[in-house]
Each structure stands twice: as C-alpha cells, then as structure tokens.
Design a binder for this molecule. Structure first.
Ligand code: GAP
Length: 453
C-alpha cells in the first residue's frame, strides 16, 4: 500500500545517499546554501533542461536560443534596476547577533534561547532595517584596485534584452517571437531555505517573448497556461500545482501582471516559476542607457514599436526539487519498505538497468551485449553486484522505470524479463524487440501512479 510519505528530510537524505545532490564543500564543513549535483543529479537536471528546451525549440518555431555571458557590462544592472532596487530589508539582532530579512521574521529561527523567534522572545533586540543588495560583486582586470566593478548576473533575462537587436538584425525575427536561455545566476540570498529551493548559485530557464504591444495580454494568458501544462505533462499531480496571480503590492517594479506556478512542497505552497507581463520596461531602459534604438521596424509597412515582453522564468533546481517531491514514494514489498521515485520516464536519470541474474553461465556477456545496443538510444546502467532484489531496490530509489533481467531462459530463447518500477509487473520480451519497446514506452503519455494510490 502506498502513502504520500514524502518529507523534505527524506528527500535530502535520498539525494545524499544516491549521489543526486551533495552539500557543497562538505569536507570543509560546507558553505551556506550552495550545493553540488552528483552523477544522478546531473542526469536528472539535464533531463529537466532538455524537456524545457524541447518544448520551446523542437515543438515550436517561434522561439530561438541564446547563451549569454554571466558577466555583462555593469551598466546593464543600472538600466535593469538591479543596482538601485534588487535588495532585501535586513535587520540585525543585537542579542543573538544574527541577521534576518525584515519581511521573513516569522519564519526565521533564531536558534538562541529564549529568543527563538526574533521579535517575540523577550531578549530580542532588533535594529532598524537596512537595504542589502543581493548581487555578488567582483572586479574585472588584473589588479583589484584598478579593475572595474562588475556583478555576477542575478538573472539570465538581461542577457536576452542585451542581444535583442542581434535577433532583429541578423535573424530577421519579427514579433511575436521568443529568445530562450538556460544558465547560472547568482544571488547573495539572506534567507536560504529548504535544500535546493533557494540557493546562492542556481540555474534559470528563462524566455523573453517579444510581442506587439496590443497582443501582450493575450500572450500573457497563453504562456501562463502553457507553462502550467508543461509541469502537468511531466507528471506533476494537478492537485499539487496551481497558478497564483500576484497581488498588486507583490509586483516587481517592471511588471504589470505576474502569476506564479506554485507547487505544494511538503513544507507549503511555493513558487516554481514566475510568468510576468513586463511591458516594454526593459527595452526602454536599455535603449535609454545604451543610446541605441531597440525598436522593431517593419520595413514593408513602416510600422515601428518597442515590443512588450512576456517572461516565463523558472529555476532548474526548484523544478527538480518539485519533481523529486512529487515522485517520492514508499511501499512495502515482502515485508520491507521500498523507497521509489515514480518519476516520469523522460525525467528518470537512467531509463533501464540491465541485470544478469547470476555472474556466470554467460549471463554477464549477454547483459553487456544488451547494454551496448540500448546505450545507442538511451541512458542505461549495468549492475551485477548483489542479490537481484537489492539491485531492483537500488534502481527504484533513483527512479529507473525498467529493469531488464538476463536469466537461464535468456540463453535458451534470447528473451529477457522487463520489470516495471511502478506496477512491479514482469514481462518476457525478445531481446530483438527490446530497444523499440522501451522507446515506445518512453514516448507514451504518462500519469503518476500516486494519483491512483
Ligand atoms: N527574470 C525574472 C526572475 O529572475 P525570479 O522570480 O526572481 O524572476 C525566477 O526568478 C525563478 O528562478 C524562480 O521562480 C525560481 O524558480 C528561480 N530562482 C530565483 N531565485 C532562486 C534562488 N535563490 N535559488 C533557486 N532558484 C531561484
């Protein structure tokens, strides 16, 4: 019997145990809110990003790709408003010497008795709030004193606006069209929370969709729904996903409308992705600061305008955490608790494990042959170590949808058993049909078995 047994502690522990995510610099005691992705974590996040790219580049023809630099001209961040406005209000507690975001006091644990919650304990003594800019600064040039100050980008979006003109000139793009990119961003976050949910170094998947001004509202509605559907298609349970429009006082300085795609994490509902109607704020700012004309000009009609922008902005780590939480499950097999990641097969780090039942009688050789054939088409893993039940469990924990077992019968009739991670059904399939059959299953529509439990 299956229960929704997921907690953040179980996810953290599974990630460490199976080499999905590690605390960064652990041998030196770790560094706050910074994580490293291990082997299965790289495979999993690569799949998340690949699905995002596929949905924008392969499945449509109005989005193009970009990979801009992390360090941009410092004026970028003046124009974007990040130098003046990208800050959090911070207060210090004179008693416990810790620093908190003024707007998040109620969830910050002070850790020092008796002032467990700052502002509530009788010993709490908070300073006035001061603004703290979240951008990481560094210098360009060989000597720190003479170099110029630059910032590590706090979002990938601005690189898109800086390159907008190239897409008009060289690619002859005409709105509506989008420019998408995936890459690292950096924020000196004060409140870091919930494992990889909020980190100081993280990857974003952002797209700026440039539209004629009169079409902005309709494209905003379109992208809200399209991005919500992307998570559903990849298996997130609909009762754990919602679109939440921002209240007027939550809106960023550039936005005339923003909705968040939110996921019901074990802790609470939290933002996975923001879809913002940015108007022409960014292009106006960069046109002013760079003294360049960033208008779209229709050479046939003479029409000219600064496009408006709809921006779906997602985090790779956050999406991965949501997929992990949604997939995590426990059930009981032969009286033992089994941990299983019921991931969408397209997201699963490994698609198939090939397991010889015994390490002799020619079984490892046939298993190796199968691995060589499947490897051409998908990520597979060979495992001959330990009892077969243990090997199945290892694959279940990382979400491998199919385990292929080579046994005595295989040597007689060239068939193998294919064990399904979720139903546990075992089917005999001819080796000659295996690759096609697994590919067919990989492409089939999928729904979380947790919905039926
Ligand atoms: N260009 C708009 C922008 O950056 P944002 O809401 O600040 O908007 C977009 O970020 C997404 O990036 C968030 O929904 C989240 O998924 C991810 N993100 C932002 N800050 C993050 C952090 N410190 N750690 C992990 N992911 C983060």
């Amino acid at each position: 019997m299956s229960t929704d047994a997921v907690t953040m502690e179980k996810i953290v522990s599974l990630c460490k145990r199976r080499g999905i995510v590690f605390q960064s610099s652990e041998i030196y005691g770790g560094i706050g809110a910074t994580y490293d992705y291990g082997h299965y974590g790289v495979l999993l996040t690569n799949n998340v990003k690949a699905q995002w790219w596929k949905s924008l580049l392969q499945e449509r023809d109005d989005v193009v790709a970009l990979d801009s630099a992390i360090i941009q001209h410092p004026k970028t961040w003046e124009a974007s408003g990040h130098v003046a406005g990208f800050s959090d209000p911070l207060v210090d507690c004179r008693t416990c010497k810790r620093r908190f975001r003024e707007d998040k006091l109620e969830i910050s644990e002070c850790g020092e008795q008796p002032s467990k919650i700052p502002g509530q304990g009788k010993n709490c003594d908070l300073t006035e709030a001061r603004q703290f800019n979240l951008m990481f600064k560094t210098t360009v040039g060989p000597v720190e004193e003479t170099g110029s100050t630059v910032f590590l980008r706090p979002e990938t979006a601005q690189g898109i606006f800086l390159n907008f003109k190239h897409y008009l000139q060289f690619a002859r793009k005409k709105p509506p069209f989008g420019i998408a990119q995936v890459g690292k961003s950096f924020r000196n976050e004060i409140t870091t929370e919930n494992f990889i949910f909020r980190t100081r170094e993280f990857e974003q998947m952002e797209m700026e969709f440039f539209v004629p001004p009169a079409q902005a509202d309709q494209w905003y509605e379109y992208w809200k729904q399209t991005r919500y559907d992307w998570y559903i298609k990849l298996g997130i349970r609909p009762d754990h996903l919602r679109l939440r429009p921002h209240d007027p006082d939550e809106l960023s300085h550039y936005s005339s409308g923003t909705s968040d795609v939110e996921y019901l994490f074990p802790t609470d509902w939290s933002e996975l992705e923001g879809i913002a109607n940015r108007g022409n704020f960014d292009l106006t700012q960069h046109a002013e600061h760079s003294k360049q004309n960033l208008e779209y000009v229709d050479t046939a009609s003479g029409e000219r305008y600064l496009p408006h922008v709809i921006e779906p902005a997602a985090g790779v780590g956050r999406a991965t955490l949501a997929f992990l939480c949604d997939a995590y499950d426990e059930d009981e097999i032969d009286g033992e608790t089994r941990t299983v990641l019921r991931l969408h097969p397209q997201l699963a780090p490994v698609k198939a494990a090939v397991l010889p039942l015994v390490k002799k009688d020619g079984q490892p050789e046939v298993a190796r042959e199968i691995v060589t054939e499947l490897r051409e088409r998908m990520q597979v893993e060979y495992d001959e170590g330990g009892a077969i039940g243990r090997r199945y469990r290892r694959q279940d924990e990382i979400g491998t949808p199919w385990s292929i077992t080579v046994d005595h019968q295989t040597l007689e009739d060239r068939t193998v058993t294919v064990r399904d991670r979720d139903s546990l059904a075992q089917e005999r399939i001819a080796i000659s049909d295996l690759a096609d059959e697994l590919e067919r299953r990989l492409r089939a529509p999928w729904r979380s078995p947790k919905l039926d439990s």
